[in-house]
Design a protein around this ligand. Structure first.
Ligand code: MRU
Length: 347
């Protein structure tokens, strides 16, 4: 299984997702600031991968600190967490992971453990999140795989694969599981303008696994659906609100509307760390605005006239009414999502 990110003695090692698919190169972040930078520049991206990267960033910050006691480290720890939390606002997994590190730190501080013990415990927590993420992907993959058609086209948007997680993937985990179950799936990967996660990353990792994959431009989905080529849609999520509305890569909302119009089931796959019971609905999910250059330029080449207005929201919100089911590691949720999420939160 390819490694999206990995703890090494030199720091946190990432496959550079800005270089794929043409170059398979790795970068090692040697400080928590460098981890924050790789998150902002999208060397690593995808909600679960961002969360675990941040947890390792916190562990790395502790590793590099010269503080002699946990009391002395406390203000530095707060700054490390704030720096990592300030990287990308939409994926709730980032805040979930940092909060988990903060909770552990509070216990360690109350116990006045030594700095070597604190470093060891923080790293062990990040490792646990890494392993739990892979297990969650496998579990939701099995739930979702069972709902995939025995044969047919499955459309996905962005990259919710191994590259967006610690391995296996959420939406692509569902597809991998369906294929493992012997289903004959033909994947249609939206190219996903402007960062091209579908064209570059989904296509690359599915081809790596020998899964039948076809890339389409984002504006081709409607006609493929009308032509009967798509039997299901499965996407990931960056944040699922308490009523089932969810944020995902810009363009997901378009696909959801198209699926409904064509009577095609539309599924979401996400780990429980993506569910934000504190956010009542999609309208209050913070949406990241990315730099205009991602739209104006491609591969260093300018595409648009100088001075033209540009919008670049990285995510959109799809209302729960478009969602056929949500796959999580705890099971499959169906409408009404508010009640279903509350029930499952108690598990
Ligand atoms: O901007 P990105 O590439 O981080 O956006 C990624 C997505 O929107 C994914 O679909 C989402 O994070 C789920 S990844 C399992």
């Amino acid at each position: 299984m390819l490694k999206t990110l990995e703890w090494t003695p030199a720091g946190v090692k990432f496959i550079d997702q800005t270089k794929l698919p043409l170059e398979e190169v790795y970068v090692t972040a040697k400080s928590h600031e460098e981890v924050a930078d790789v998150i902002v520049t999208m060397v690593v991206r995808g909600a679960p991968a961002i969360g675990v990267a941040a947890a390792y960033g916190v562990a790395l910050g502790a590793e590099k600190s010269t503080a002699r006691t946990i009391e002395e480290f406390q203000p530095e720890f707060a700054k490390i967490c704030a720096r990592l939390a300030g990287t990308r606002p939409t994926a709730v997994n980032l805040f979930w992971a940092i909060d988990r590190m903060k909770k552990l730190f509070a216990t360690l501080a109350a116990e006045k453990v030594s700095m070597p013990t604190a470093r060891e415990s923080l790293l062990a927590e990040a490792h646990a999140m890494y392993e739990e993420d892979i297990a969650a992907c496998k579990s939701m993959g099995a739930f979702g795989g069972a709902r995939m058609p025995a044969e047919g086209g499955v459309l996905t948007h962005c990259n919710a694969g191994a590259l967006a997680t610690c391995g296996y993937g959420t939406a692509l985990g569902v597809i991998r599981s369906a294929v493992e179950q012997g289903k004959k799936i033909k994947v249609y990967a939206d190219e996903t303008r402007p960062f091209l996660q579908g064209a570059r990353l989904t296509a690359w990792e599915l081809m790596h696994d020998g899964i039948d994959t076809t890339v389409l431009c984002d504006n081709m989905a409607a006609s493929l659906m009308r032509a009967g080529k798509i039997q299901a849609v499965v996407v990931g999520a960056d944040r699922i609100a308490a009523n089932g509305d969810f944020a995902n890569k810009i363009g997901t909302y378009n696909v959801a509307i198209l699926a409904k119009e064509h009577g095609i089931p539309f599924y979401v796959a996400a780990p429980w760390s993506t569910i934000d019971m504190e956010t009542p609905n999609g309208e209050v999910i913070p949406i990241e605005e990315r730099p205009a250059v991602e739209v104006t330029h491609h591969g260093g080449k300018q595409l648009t006239p100088h001075g033209v207005g540009i919008v670049n929201p990285a995510f959109d919100v799809t209302p729960a009414k478009y969602v056929t089911a949500i796959f999580t590691e705890r099971g499959t949720l169906e409408a009404p999502y508010g009640e279903a999420l509350k029930r499952m939160a108690g598990k």
